[in-house]
Design a protein around this ligand. Structure first.
Ligand SMILES: NC(=O)c1ccc[n+]([C@@H]2O[C@H](COP(=O)([O-])OP(=O)(O)OC[C@H]3O[C@@H](n4cnc5c(N)ncnc54)[C@H](O)[C@@H]3O)[C@@H](O)[C@H]2O)c1
Length: 338
Protein backbone atom coordinates (compact mmCIF):
# COMPACT_ATOMS: atom_id res chain seq x y z
CA UNK A 1 0.00 0.00 0.00
CA UNK A 2 1.35 3.46 -0.86
CA UNK A 3 1.69 6.25 1.70
CA UNK A 4 -1.64 7.66 2.91
CA UNK A 5 -2.16 11.36 2.18
CA UNK A 6 -3.33 13.04 5.40
CA UNK A 7 -5.27 16.30 5.71
CA UNK A 8 -5.65 18.08 9.06
CA UNK A 9 -8.77 20.24 9.49
CA UNK A 10 -8.48 23.13 11.93
CA UNK A 11 -5.12 24.87 12.34
CA UNK A 12 -5.68 25.78 15.99
CA UNK A 13 -4.28 24.33 19.20
CA UNK A 14 -5.04 20.63 18.64
CA UNK A 15 -4.82 20.72 14.84
CA UNK A 16 -1.27 22.02 14.86
CA UNK A 17 -0.15 19.30 17.27
CA UNK A 18 -1.36 16.63 14.84
CA UNK A 19 -0.21 18.52 11.74
CA UNK A 20 3.31 18.98 13.12
CA UNK A 21 3.46 15.26 13.93
CA UNK A 22 2.47 14.33 10.37
CA UNK A 23 4.84 16.95 8.88
CA UNK A 24 7.68 15.50 10.98
CA UNK A 25 6.83 12.02 9.71
CA UNK A 26 4.36 9.34 10.69
CA UNK A 27 5.29 5.99 9.07
CA UNK A 28 3.06 5.05 6.14
CA UNK A 29 1.73 8.57 5.60
CA UNK A 30 2.53 12.09 4.49
CA UNK A 31 0.85 15.43 5.22
CA UNK A 32 -0.88 16.72 2.08
CA UNK A 33 -2.71 19.74 3.48
CA UNK A 34 -4.14 21.81 6.30
CA UNK A 35 -7.64 23.27 6.12
CA UNK A 36 -8.98 26.26 8.01
CA UNK A 37 -11.67 28.76 6.97
CA UNK A 38 -9.53 31.59 8.35
CA UNK A 39 -7.39 32.22 5.25
CA UNK A 40 -4.46 33.80 7.07
CA UNK A 41 -4.41 30.97 9.63
CA UNK A 42 -4.50 28.29 6.89
CA UNK A 43 -1.77 29.98 4.86
CA UNK A 44 0.52 30.57 7.82
CA UNK A 45 0.13 26.96 8.94
CA UNK A 46 0.72 25.58 5.43
CA UNK A 47 3.88 27.67 5.05
CA UNK A 48 5.24 26.30 8.34
CA UNK A 49 4.25 22.72 7.54
CA UNK A 50 5.29 22.70 3.87
CA UNK A 51 1.89 21.50 2.63
CA UNK A 52 -1.11 22.90 0.77
CA UNK A 53 -3.54 25.36 2.42
CA UNK A 54 -7.29 24.74 2.02
CA UNK A 55 -9.85 27.34 3.10
CA UNK A 56 -13.02 25.36 2.36
CA UNK A 57 -12.97 22.54 4.95
CA UNK A 58 -15.73 20.41 3.34
CA UNK A 59 -14.11 20.64 -0.12
CA UNK A 60 -10.78 19.75 1.52
CA UNK A 61 -12.01 16.61 3.32
CA UNK A 62 -13.58 15.30 0.09
CA UNK A 63 -10.60 16.20 -2.13
CA UNK A 64 -9.38 13.34 -4.38
CA UNK A 65 -5.79 13.78 -3.19
CA UNK A 66 -6.76 13.02 0.44
CA UNK A 67 -6.92 9.50 1.95
CA UNK A 68 -7.27 10.27 5.65
CA UNK A 69 -8.53 13.24 7.64
CA UNK A 70 -7.77 14.48 11.15
CA UNK A 71 -10.69 16.59 12.42
CA UNK A 72 -9.45 19.19 14.89
CA UNK A 73 -11.93 21.99 14.28
CA UNK A 74 -14.44 23.40 16.82
CA UNK A 75 -16.77 20.71 18.17
CA UNK A 76 -19.92 22.03 16.45
CA UNK A 77 -18.26 21.44 13.04
CA UNK A 78 -17.17 17.81 13.65
CA UNK A 79 -20.32 16.09 12.36
CA UNK A 80 -20.59 17.84 8.98
CA UNK A 81 -16.89 17.25 8.32
CA UNK A 82 -16.89 13.61 9.47
CA UNK A 83 -20.01 12.77 7.46
CA UNK A 84 -18.59 14.42 4.31
CA UNK A 85 -15.21 12.72 4.75
CA UNK A 86 -16.70 9.25 5.36
CA UNK A 87 -19.11 9.62 2.42
CA UNK A 88 -16.09 10.42 0.25
CA UNK A 89 -14.31 7.26 1.49
CA UNK A 90 -11.74 8.94 3.75
CA UNK A 91 -10.50 7.49 7.03
CA UNK A 92 -11.15 9.79 10.00
CA UNK A 93 -9.38 10.56 13.27
CA UNK A 94 -11.72 12.86 15.21
CA UNK A 95 -10.73 15.05 18.11
CA UNK A 96 -12.94 14.74 21.18
CA UNK A 97 -15.78 15.25 21.81
CA UNK A 98 -17.31 13.27 18.96
CA UNK A 99 -19.92 15.95 18.24
CA UNK A 100 -21.99 18.65 19.89
CA UNK A 101 -25.24 16.65 20.07
CA UNK A 102 -26.44 13.05 19.96
CA UNK A 103 -28.28 13.78 16.69
CA UNK A 104 -24.95 14.82 15.14
CA UNK A 105 -23.21 11.78 16.63
CA UNK A 106 -25.84 9.48 15.11
CA UNK A 107 -25.30 11.13 11.70
CA UNK A 108 -21.62 10.18 11.96
CA UNK A 109 -22.55 6.66 13.05
CA UNK A 110 -24.83 6.25 10.01
CA UNK A 111 -22.14 7.57 7.66
CA UNK A 112 -19.58 5.16 9.12
CA UNK A 113 -22.04 2.29 8.76
CA UNK A 114 -22.31 3.03 5.04
CA UNK A 115 -18.54 3.47 4.54
CA UNK A 116 -15.60 1.08 4.46
CA UNK A 117 -13.34 3.39 6.41
CA UNK A 118 -11.57 3.59 9.73
CA UNK A 119 -12.96 5.98 12.35
CA UNK A 120 -10.92 6.67 15.46
CA UNK A 121 -11.48 8.98 18.44
CA UNK A 122 -8.54 11.09 19.63
CA UNK A 123 -8.61 10.17 23.32
CA UNK A 124 -4.84 10.47 23.52
CA UNK A 125 -4.58 9.47 27.20
CA UNK A 126 -5.03 5.89 25.94
CA UNK A 127 -1.67 6.29 24.16
CA UNK A 128 0.21 7.78 27.11
CA UNK A 129 2.85 5.47 28.58
CA UNK A 130 1.71 5.92 32.18
CA UNK A 131 -1.99 5.49 31.46
CA UNK A 132 -1.30 2.46 29.21
CA UNK A 133 0.76 0.83 31.95
CA UNK A 134 -2.07 1.51 34.43
CA UNK A 135 -4.50 -0.27 32.12
CA UNK A 136 -2.07 -3.21 31.68
CA UNK A 137 -1.66 -3.56 35.45
CA UNK A 138 -5.41 -3.45 36.00
CA UNK A 139 -5.85 -6.12 33.30
CA UNK A 140 -3.24 -8.24 35.12
CA UNK A 141 -5.27 -7.97 38.33
CA UNK A 142 -2.70 -5.81 40.18
CA UNK A 143 -5.41 -4.03 42.20
CA UNK A 144 -8.09 -6.70 41.92
CA UNK A 145 -11.54 -5.72 40.77
CA UNK A 146 -11.85 -1.93 40.28
CA UNK A 147 -14.37 -0.58 42.78
CA UNK A 148 -13.75 3.18 42.63
CA UNK A 149 -12.10 5.37 39.98
CA UNK A 150 -11.22 9.03 40.41
CA UNK A 151 -10.06 11.19 37.51
CA UNK A 152 -8.94 14.82 37.55
CA UNK A 153 -8.21 17.29 34.78
CA UNK A 154 -7.27 20.90 35.39
CA UNK A 155 -5.87 23.16 32.70
CA UNK A 156 -3.84 26.32 33.19
CA UNK A 157 -5.83 28.51 30.77
CA UNK A 158 -9.35 28.85 29.42
CA UNK A 159 -10.33 26.95 26.28
CA UNK A 160 -11.15 29.11 23.20
CA UNK A 161 -14.35 31.25 23.42
CA UNK A 162 -16.39 28.92 21.13
CA UNK A 163 -16.00 26.25 23.84
CA UNK A 164 -17.65 28.43 26.51
CA UNK A 165 -21.00 27.94 24.78
CA UNK A 166 -22.52 24.83 26.37
CA UNK A 167 -25.16 24.44 23.63
CA UNK A 168 -22.65 24.51 20.77
CA UNK A 169 -19.71 22.77 22.38
CA UNK A 170 -20.71 20.97 25.59
CA UNK A 171 -18.74 23.47 27.73
CA UNK A 172 -16.05 22.50 30.25
CA UNK A 173 -17.39 18.95 30.55
CA UNK A 174 -16.95 18.24 26.84
CA UNK A 175 -13.81 20.27 26.37
CA UNK A 176 -11.88 19.15 29.45
CA UNK A 177 -13.60 16.25 31.21
CA UNK A 178 -14.31 14.15 28.08
CA UNK A 179 -10.86 12.73 28.77
CA UNK A 180 -11.78 11.78 32.34
CA UNK A 181 -15.01 10.18 31.20
CA UNK A 182 -13.08 8.06 28.70
CA UNK A 183 -10.42 7.27 31.32
CA UNK A 184 -13.02 6.01 33.80
CA UNK A 185 -14.67 3.82 31.12
CA UNK A 186 -11.32 2.54 29.85
CA UNK A 187 -9.70 1.80 33.22
CA UNK A 188 -12.82 0.30 34.82
CA UNK A 189 -14.17 -1.58 31.80
CA UNK A 190 -17.60 -0.30 32.91
CA UNK A 191 -20.16 2.11 31.49
CA UNK A 192 -21.64 5.11 33.29
CA UNK A 193 -25.11 4.41 34.67
CA UNK A 194 -26.00 7.54 36.67
CA UNK A 195 -24.40 10.96 37.26
CA UNK A 196 -24.77 13.87 39.66
CA UNK A 197 -22.77 17.03 39.09
CA UNK A 198 -22.24 20.35 40.81
CA UNK A 199 -20.27 23.23 39.35
CA UNK A 200 -19.52 26.94 39.65
CA UNK A 201 -18.17 29.75 37.56
CA UNK A 202 -15.91 30.61 40.49
CA UNK A 203 -12.99 32.29 38.76
CA UNK A 204 -14.75 33.66 35.69
CA UNK A 205 -18.33 34.57 36.74
CA UNK A 206 -18.50 37.16 33.96
CA UNK A 207 -18.35 34.37 31.35
CA UNK A 208 -21.33 32.62 32.96
CA UNK A 209 -23.27 35.90 32.71
CA UNK A 210 -22.99 35.81 28.90
CA UNK A 211 -22.82 31.99 28.51
CA UNK A 212 -25.55 30.28 30.59
CA UNK A 213 -24.36 27.01 32.08
CA UNK A 214 -20.66 27.88 31.90
CA UNK A 215 -18.71 26.48 34.87
CA UNK A 216 -14.97 26.68 35.56
CA UNK A 217 -14.87 24.18 38.41
CA UNK A 218 -16.79 20.91 38.43
CA UNK A 219 -17.36 17.96 40.76
CA UNK A 220 -19.08 14.89 39.38
CA UNK A 221 -20.01 11.63 41.06
CA UNK A 222 -21.18 8.64 39.11
CA UNK A 223 -22.27 5.06 39.48
CA UNK A 224 -21.12 2.57 36.86
CA UNK A 225 -23.10 -0.25 35.35
CA UNK A 226 -21.35 -3.15 37.15
CA UNK A 227 -21.30 -1.63 40.60
CA UNK A 228 -18.27 0.68 40.27
CA UNK A 229 -18.25 4.20 41.70
CA UNK A 230 -16.45 7.17 40.16
CA UNK A 231 -15.55 10.77 40.82
CA UNK A 232 -14.41 13.25 38.20
CA UNK A 233 -13.32 16.80 38.83
CA UNK A 234 -12.34 19.52 36.41
CA UNK A 235 -11.16 23.10 36.47
CA UNK A 236 -10.07 25.70 33.94
CA UNK A 237 -8.29 28.05 34.37
CA UNK A 238 -6.42 26.37 37.19
CA UNK A 239 -3.42 28.70 36.64
CA UNK A 240 -0.84 26.46 38.33
CA UNK A 241 -0.32 24.16 35.34
CA UNK A 242 -1.77 21.11 33.63
CA UNK A 243 -2.93 18.36 35.93
CA UNK A 244 -4.19 14.99 34.64
CA UNK A 245 -4.34 12.25 37.27
CA UNK A 246 -6.33 9.12 37.99
CA UNK A 247 -6.67 6.72 40.90
CA UNK A 248 -8.13 3.23 40.78
CA UNK A 249 -9.07 1.57 44.06
CA UNK A 250 -9.75 -2.14 43.76
CA UNK A 251 -10.40 -5.18 45.91
CA UNK A 252 -6.62 -5.82 46.24
CA UNK A 253 -5.09 -2.34 46.35
CA UNK A 254 -4.87 1.07 44.76
CA UNK A 255 -3.12 2.50 41.69
CA UNK A 256 -2.24 6.14 40.99
CA UNK A 257 -1.30 7.53 37.58
CA UNK A 258 -0.36 11.05 36.49
CA UNK A 259 1.77 13.76 38.06
CA UNK A 260 1.13 17.52 38.04
CA UNK A 261 4.88 18.17 38.44
CA UNK A 262 7.75 17.28 36.14
CA UNK A 263 11.53 17.38 36.01
CA UNK A 264 14.06 17.12 38.82
CA UNK A 265 13.28 17.59 42.48
CA UNK A 266 15.23 20.55 43.90
CA UNK A 267 15.89 20.69 47.62
CA UNK A 268 17.55 23.65 49.34
CA UNK A 269 17.47 24.90 52.91
CA UNK A 270 14.65 27.28 51.95
CA UNK A 271 12.53 25.12 49.67
CA UNK A 272 11.68 21.78 48.14
CA UNK A 273 10.40 22.16 44.57
CA UNK A 274 9.66 20.69 41.20
CA UNK A 275 8.21 22.50 38.17
CA UNK A 276 4.51 22.23 37.31
CA UNK A 277 3.54 20.67 33.96
CA UNK A 278 3.05 23.60 31.58
CA UNK A 279 0.26 22.28 29.33
CA UNK A 280 -1.49 19.34 27.71
CA UNK A 281 0.41 19.54 24.42
CA UNK A 282 3.68 19.09 26.31
CA UNK A 283 2.48 16.49 28.81
CA UNK A 284 0.94 14.32 26.12
CA UNK A 285 3.34 15.07 23.25
CA UNK A 286 4.49 11.43 23.01
CA UNK A 287 0.90 10.23 23.39
CA UNK A 288 -0.21 12.38 20.43
CA UNK A 289 2.63 10.95 18.33
CA UNK A 290 1.68 7.40 19.31
CA UNK A 291 -2.00 8.16 18.58
CA UNK A 292 -1.21 9.50 15.08
CA UNK A 293 1.02 6.47 14.37
CA UNK A 294 -1.74 4.15 15.60
CA UNK A 295 -4.32 5.88 13.37
CA UNK A 296 -2.22 5.31 10.27
CA UNK A 297 -1.53 1.70 11.30
CA UNK A 298 -5.31 1.22 11.73
CA UNK A 299 -5.99 2.74 8.29
CA UNK A 300 -3.49 0.27 6.83
CA UNK A 301 -5.18 -2.65 8.60
CA UNK A 302 -2.22 -3.19 10.95
CA UNK A 303 -3.90 -2.13 14.23
CA UNK A 304 -7.43 -2.02 15.67
CA UNK A 305 -9.33 1.26 15.14
CA UNK A 306 -9.56 1.95 18.88
CA UNK A 307 -10.76 4.02 20.60
CA UNK A 308 -13.58 4.09 18.08
CA UNK A 309 -16.90 5.74 17.40
CA UNK A 310 -18.65 3.79 20.18
CA UNK A 311 -16.19 5.26 22.71
CA UNK A 312 -16.90 8.75 21.40
CA UNK A 313 -20.64 8.16 21.56
CA UNK A 314 -20.61 6.76 25.12
CA UNK A 315 -18.48 9.70 26.32
CA UNK A 316 -20.79 12.21 24.61
CA UNK A 317 -23.83 10.64 26.28
CA UNK A 318 -22.14 11.18 29.66
CA UNK A 319 -21.27 14.81 28.75
CA UNK A 320 -24.94 15.43 27.93
CA UNK A 321 -26.11 13.75 31.15
CA UNK A 322 -23.65 15.80 33.23
CA UNK A 323 -24.73 19.08 31.63
CA UNK A 324 -28.37 18.10 32.31
CA UNK A 325 -27.52 17.30 35.94
CA UNK A 326 -25.86 20.73 36.30
CA UNK A 327 -28.76 22.52 34.64
CA UNK A 328 -31.55 20.72 36.50
CA UNK A 329 -29.69 20.16 39.79
CA UNK A 330 -30.54 16.46 40.03
CA UNK A 331 -29.34 12.90 39.41
CA UNK A 332 -29.50 11.91 35.74
CA UNK A 333 -29.53 8.32 34.57
CA UNK A 334 -27.79 7.53 31.28
CA UNK A 335 -30.96 5.78 30.18
CA UNK A 336 -32.61 9.23 29.99
CA UNK A 337 -30.20 10.60 27.42
CA UNK A 338 -29.63 7.55 25.20
N1 LIG B 1 -7.21 15.94 22.71
C1 LIG B 1 -7.06 17.07 23.39
O1 LIG B 1 -6.53 17.10 24.49
C2 LIG B 1 -7.57 18.36 22.80
C3 LIG B 1 -6.95 19.56 23.17
C4 LIG B 1 -7.45 20.74 22.61
C5 LIG B 1 -8.52 20.70 21.75
N2 LIG B 1 -9.10 19.50 21.45
C6 LIG B 1 -10.27 19.44 20.54
O2 LIG B 1 -9.83 19.86 19.25
C7 LIG B 1 -10.86 20.60 18.61
C8 LIG B 1 -10.31 21.99 18.27
O3 LIG B 1 -10.00 22.66 19.47
P1 LIG B 1 -8.83 23.76 19.52
O4 LIG B 1 -8.62 24.07 20.94
O5 LIG B 1 -7.68 23.34 18.68
O6 LIG B 1 -9.60 24.98 18.84
P2 LIG B 1 -8.97 26.34 18.28
O7 LIG B 1 -10.02 27.38 18.44
O8 LIG B 1 -7.60 26.56 18.84
O9 LIG B 1 -8.78 26.03 16.73
C9 LIG B 1 -9.85 25.71 15.90
C10 LIG B 1 -9.47 26.09 14.46
O10 LIG B 1 -10.52 25.62 13.61
C11 LIG B 1 -10.87 26.65 12.69
N3 LIG B 1 -12.28 26.48 12.30
C12 LIG B 1 -13.35 27.20 12.70
N4 LIG B 1 -14.48 26.70 12.10
C13 LIG B 1 -14.08 25.67 11.33
C14 LIG B 1 -14.77 24.78 10.46
N5 LIG B 1 -16.09 24.85 10.28
N6 LIG B 1 -14.04 23.85 9.82
C15 LIG B 1 -12.71 23.77 9.99
N7 LIG B 1 -12.01 24.58 10.80
C16 LIG B 1 -12.69 25.53 11.46
C17 LIG B 1 -10.60 27.94 13.41
O11 LIG B 1 -10.35 28.99 12.47
C18 LIG B 1 -9.37 27.60 14.26
O12 LIG B 1 -8.16 27.90 13.57
C19 LIG B 1 -12.04 20.63 19.58
O13 LIG B 1 -12.93 19.59 19.28
C20 LIG B 1 -11.38 20.39 20.93
O14 LIG B 1 -12.23 19.78 21.87
C21 LIG B 1 -8.63 18.34 21.93
Amino acid sequence: MSDLAVLVVGAGRAGMVHARNFAAGVPGSHLVGIADPATDVAERAAAELGCQAFVDPVAAVTDDRVDAVVIASPTFSHADLAVAALAAGKHVLSEKPLAASLADAHRIEAALGAARCVFMMAFMRRFDRGFRRARELIDQGAVGEPLYIRSTTRGPGLPPPWAWDVERSGGLIAEVNSHDIDTVRWLSGQEFARVRAIGRAAKRPEIAASHPGFVDVLALQASLDRGGLAHIDGACPADYGYDARAEVYGTEGVLFVGDPAEGPLVVTKQQVRRDPVAGWARLFQDAYRAEDRHFIAACRGDAPAEPGLRDGLRALEVVIAVNRSLREDRDVSLGEVR
